[in-house]
Design a protein around this ligand. Structure first.
Ligand SMILES: *Cc1c(COP(=O)(O)O)cnc(C)c1O
Length: 411
């Protein structure tokens, strides 16, 4: 049986319509006529649920938002123009100057530079920890800590976090936990494990075919009784809780990030993303099998591959017990030197050399000379970027073809 059987029915049934046009309708309008002044007033004060302006929400993107919120058991979602826009929306809607972020694991290069370079320019500081430094994380929380940020799988270091343990630290401390679940949609359910907010780059496996840049943020409901968002740490959210109740985080995200930063998803990209979602469970299921086949075959032939399905990986047990549906499409090969990595990449016939991941096609890239070329030696070491490191994202090809091609390229 497909590992993601639960999602197969939901995704295809919620994208297509039973009457009229089956494929989702693309609402290609930036603005919307209100008809009369009373309706306009109602739309602006929230009492009339009709589109206001596409920066604040678009009907096509709203359909996508509903499906993604349902996927994660959230109360709602906001689609964005990219994955970085999703991280920006999720964080900027909660932060002010003087606040602190604790970042655990990973880390995707764009997120790292967003935290370390961009946010620091605005007086927001981030401390970075490995996934297993949980005592240090606990000790680092103080009254200015607003966000604990975690990637579900280290990209590209392939280290796996103990998400429940991090969620416990965050919940005990009353701090918001945001999980970047880009690499493991459906496989990992962060909200069910105690996280508050999930961010996605839908550009990757959700769309799955390099057709649409996009992102999304999924929010949990505010609880009726005790909720960390009701504490003084999140005082700015209180007025939205009074007005919107359990939906407060959506209103907070739209008013305190989307309205002013304008990172809205385009209707056309939301449409393409929904087409991708229809086959996501099928593609993910196949790729999780293929990754293990490819990794194990290359390992047997003496290549230095890194993936937690290998018994000697430090998080192998966590992979087996907590990541039962796999950890996405990625693994890495360390060729030992830049020259050998380049030789491999120039010889492979299957892999497309690109910065993307989660595509239908197998993708590969040398890390140190591309995404991480601006990073200093210490940061590269922290992020696990060695000189010979190649990141692979396994696609839908016959896994034996990938194995044969890679063994030939490594010769
Ligand atoms: C690609 C990626 C992002 C950024 O997404 P874009 O759509 O490229 O902006 C964020 N996090 C992870 C884990 C990613 O792989």
């Amino acid at each position: 049986m497909n590992r993601f059987e639960n999602f197969c029915t939901r995704f295809v049934q919620s994208t297509g319509k039973k009457e009229g046009a089956v494929s989702p309708t693309i609402t290609g309008s930036a603005s919307f006529g209100y008809g009369d002044s009373e309706t306009a007033e109602g739309i602006f004060n929230g009492s009339v649920k009709k589109p206001l302006y596409s920066r604040m929400g678009n009907p096509t993107s709203a359909q996508l938002e509903g499906i993604l919120a349902d996927m994660d058991g959230g109360v709602g979602a906001v689609a964005t123009s990219s994955g970085m826009a999703a991280t920006t929306l999720a964080t900027m809607s909660l932060l002010k100057s003087g606040d602190e972020i604790i970042s655990i694991g990973g880390l995707f290069g764009g997120t790292y530079s967003y935290f370390s370079e961009t946010l620091s320019r605005f007086g927001i500081t981030t401390s970075f920890f490995d996934v297993d430094e949980l005592d240090a994380v606990k000790g680092a929380v103080n009254e200015n800590t607003k966000i604990i940020f975690l990637e579900s799988v280290g990209n590209p270091n392939m280290r796996l976090p103990d998400i429940k343990a991090v969620a416990k630290i965050a919940n005990d401390a009353g701090v918001v936990l945001i999980v970047d679940n880009t690499i493991t949609p459906m496989s990992v359910a962060p909200l069910k494990m105690g996280a508050d907010i999930v961010v996605y780059s839908t550009t990757k496996i959700i769309s799955g075919n390099a057709s649409a840049l996009g992102g999304a943020v999924v929010f949990r409901a505010i609880a009726e009784d005790d909720d960390k968002f009701k504490t003084p740490r999140y005082a700015e959210v209180h007025k939205f809780i009074e007005k919107m109740g359990k939906m407060a985080l959506i209103a907070n995200a739209k008013k305190r990030a989307m309205r002013d930063f304008g990172m809205s998803a385009s209707a056309y990209n939301s449409y393409l993303t929904m087409l991708g979602l229809e086959t996501l469970p099928l593609r993910m299921d196949r790729v999780v099998d293929s990754v293990e086949k490819v990794v194990k075959a290359l390992n047997e032939r003496g290549l230095h591959v890194n993936h937690p399905c290998l018994s000697f990986h430090p998080h192998h047990e966590r992979y087996v017990n907590e990541f039962k549906n796999g950890c996405g499409t990625l693994f890495t090969i360390d060729m030992g030197s830049k020259e050998k990595a380049f030789a491999f990449l120039n010889k492979t016939k299957i892999a497309t050399l690109t910065a993307n991941i989660g595509d239908s096609r197998t993708l590969a890239l040398h890390m140190a000379s591309t995404i991480y070329s601006d990073f200093d030696a210490k940061t590269k070491e922290f992020l696990g970027i060695t000189e010979g490191l190649i990141r692979i994202s396994v696609g839908l090809e016959n896994p034996q073809d990938i194995i044969d091609d890679f063994l030939n390229a490594a010769k």
